[in-house]
Design a binder for this molecule. Structure first.
Ligand SMILES: Nc1ncnc2c1ncn2[C@@H]1O[C@H](COP(=O)(O)OP(=O)(O)OP(=O)(O)O)[C@@H](O)[C@H]1O
Ligand SMILES: Nc1ccn([C@H]2C[C@H](O)[C@@H](COP(=O)(O)O)O2)c(=O)n1
Length: 235
């Protein structure tokens, strides 16, 4: 079968493994990679930085087209800048994480970011893996392959707090409060699933993969197999 560019949409709630899986699959298959959550985080960072009240939807809407957001799509070194500033680190902080659901619920923000996502996908001649919450339903409804990742809240909280513990450097933060992490994940899921415009949802034609009992390598293998079934081979 001839190799053709492939567009892969990977959606799902927080902590299900979208970023880890998408990056690895894209690197293995010679595809570009787009983290759409990073774009919503970047515009949220800019709003906070500009002193805009993120709970004031009209103020957020009025400013939605102001920042210039640029995503680098190399899966081995993805980048994100706002008006030329590298924001890869600050967009992962608690302040942005706590505000991103409110900002990303504003329709003017979604219109702006969706246009950006579609133009990046259209420019990816070799194909692309795009991960987020509404890629299969709204951003790229004609994607060649749609995956919806899930995992139990307990597993997701354990993974996330292990990651936070690693980042903060050791067992003192052990567990990084799994219970609080679980609550925060579920709060964000509820906000992202409950918003009016383009909520987190599984596309009708998406393949659901429950990653609770799978290693990351098993999830990657599963997605690679599904891509190969569509006629694409690794480089
Ligand atoms: N199948 C897996 N088994 C074990 N750990 C995993 C698995 N998938 C991902 N992880 C780990 O779980 C954590 C969360 O994964 P990741 O950031 O990829 O999720 P995500 O769905 O992109 O989350 P978010 O939407 O919040 O950005 C990371 O530390 C990652 O290494
Ligand atoms: N396609 C997308 C991607 C992300 N968001 C919003 C909702 C998330 O809570 C937030 C951060 O995403 P993460 O970095 O945790 O994947 O961005 C969205 O609305 N649509």
């Amino acid at each position: 079968m001839a190799a053709t560019p492939v567009v892969v949409a990977i959606d799902g709630p927080s902590g299900t493994g979208k970023s880890s899986t998408s990056k690895a699959v894209a690197a293995r298959m010679g595809l570009r990679y787009l983290d759409t959550g990073a774009q919503y985080r970047a515009i949220t960072w800019w709003m906070l930085h500009a002193g805009i009240d993120v709970e004031d939807a009209a103020a957020v809407a009025a400013a939605a087209d102001k920042p210039s957001i640029v995503s680098g799509t190399d899966p081995l070194a993805p980048t994100i800048t706002v008006d030329g500033t590298d924001v890869a680190a600050p967009i992962r902080g608690q302040q942005v994480t706590g505000a991103v659901s409110a900002v990303s619920a504003v329709p003017e923000v979604r219109t702006r970011i969706t246009e950006l996502q579609r133009s990046i996908a259209a420019e990816a001649a070799e194909g692309i893996v795009v991960e987020g919450r509404d890629i299969g339903t709204t951003v790229l409804p004609d994607a060649d392959l749609k995956i919806f990742l899930t995992a139990s809240p307990e597993v997701r909280a354990a993974r996330r707090s292990a990651e936070l513990t690693g980042r903060s450097g050791g067992p003192a933060a052990a567990g990084a409060d799994v219970v609080a992490t679980r609550e925060a994940l579920l709060r964000r899921d509820a906000a992202d699933s409950g918003r009016k415009t383009s909520p987190l949802a599984k596309a009708a034609d998406a393949t659901e993969v429950d990653t609770s009992e799978l290693t990351l390598e098993q999830v990657i293998e599963c997605v690679v197999t599904l891509i190969e079934e569509r006629g694409r081979r690794p480089r």
